[in-house]
Design a protein around this ligand. Structure first.
Ligand SMILES: *Cc1c(COP(=O)(O)O)cnc(C)c1O
Length: 362
């Protein structure tokens, strides 16, 4: 692959973070961008100042949704080192999403290096408060103007960076979840296992309705029988039962989370009985009624681990662990974030360091 073209712009003033960083509100000064055409393949990888994209109104992805994305994070560790968490897994998943949506794949090693270069240039944009990080959003979309329904012939890949706040500014607070059976997010053999905007479009109305009723998120049931639990919109789900910890097995409609994979590996190393299998919502209710439901938690890059304190299915309102954060959820949250912030040694090869490089501007 070609050398990355670097066109940086000096900042005239110092970076000032708002008091409340929140999520996805502010962006850094530069992006990474490259384009694909049939004859040139991916070409002209460039790091350049952030600016608006101008596009033809017929640009294909606007009409037919041919787009994919990823979400990962860069952290500043306690030793002021900059690290990425499992970028290899994220770019491999980008390629899996790409294949399903007829988007050309990228070179994983090249993308990791491109991201390191971009993050190195934007290193001063990584906030250092507790729980804060730099969210990394790579995305790809079909970019030619054409109104026919078929795969685009040209694409654009961009990496956008956004400094984000702690997910739990007031501590590790349990969330309220509504089990949804009026709508489905995805069906087997559809797009559920891809990180693509269509899945989010499918989830918006149910999310709004859940919010109106005071819930934070929706737990989706399988799209065929509305029987088995699948995942929570932006998180995978784990149920801590008396004799086993279970998570729905990947069946094509569930997003294979990198945090999910991390949690499974840690639980195995801790000699806990973690099982990937189908779990019906009826079983969850039964376990709750018999007192065998010890905890429920979600896993995803944004929050890392979210403890579920309340889970409602139809008229059944389940209060889990008295609405307090689960011990196992908290232990996992501490373990993973300790590795991410360099408080604990990474023995798994999950951490990728971003070396400090002086950039030669072209
Ligand atoms: C991104 C995402 C997740 C979480 O995946 P991570 O790799 O752990 O961040 C879970 N579900 C959906 C639908 C997602 O888009």
């Amino acid at each position: 692959m070609e050398q990355i073209i670097i066109k940086t712009k000096e900042r005239s003033e110092k970076i000032e973070f708002p008091d409340e960083l929140g999520f996805g509100n502010i962006f850094t000064d530069h992006i990474f961008e490259m384009n694909y055409t049939k004859d040139k393949g991916w070409h002209e990888p460039t790091i350049k100042p952030l600016e608006d994209i101008s596009m033809h109104p017929g640009t294909m992805f606007i009409h037919y949704g041919q787009a994919i994305f990823e979400g990962l994070k860069a952290y500043k560790t306690k030793d002021a080192e900059i690290v990425l968490f499992r970028p290899d897994e994220h770019f491999k998943r980008l390629n899996r999403s790409a294949r399903r949506i007829c988007i050309p794949e990228v070179d994983v090693d090249f993308m990791i290096n491109a991201l390191k270069e971009l993050v190195n240039i934007e290193r001063d944009w990584i906030p250092t408060g507790e729980g804060e990080s730099l969210y990394v959003r790579p995305f790809v979309y079909g970019s030619d103007p054409f109104l026919g329904v078929n795969p685009a012939s040209s694409y654009k890949l961009i990496i956008l960076l956004s400094p984000v706040g702690a997910y739990y500014p007031e501590g590790f607070k349990p969330i309220k979840i509504l089990v949804q059976d009026d709508y489905v997010r995805a069906v087997r053999k559809g797009l559920g296992e891809c990180k693509t905007p269509a899945n989010y479009a499918a989830s918006l109305l149910a999310g709004e309705k859940a919010m109106e009723q005071g819930y934070t998120q929706v737990l989706w049931l399988d799209g065929v029988e509305l029987k088995n639990i699948e995942e929570v919109g932006t998180m995978n789900i784990f149920i801590n039962m008396k004799n086993e910890i279970v998570t729905p097995k990947l069946n094509g409609s569930i997003l294979p989370g990198v945090t999910r994979k991390t949690v499974i590996q840690l639980l195995k190393e801790w000699d806990m009985n973690i099982v990937e299998r189908d779990i019906s919502i009826d079983e969850v209710v039964e376990k709750y009624d018999s007192g065998d439901l010890l905890g429920v938690f979600g896993s995803g890059t944004a929050a890392v681990i979210s403890s579920v304190g309340w889970l409602t299915f139809k008229n059944k309102k389940m209060v889990i662990n008295d609405g307090k954060a689960g011990e196992l959820a908290l232990k996992l949250f501490k373990e993973i974030t300790s590795i991410q912030y360099g408080l604990k040694e990474d023995t798994h090869g999950w951490i990728y360091k971003v070396e400090k490089n002086e950039v030669e501007v072209s």
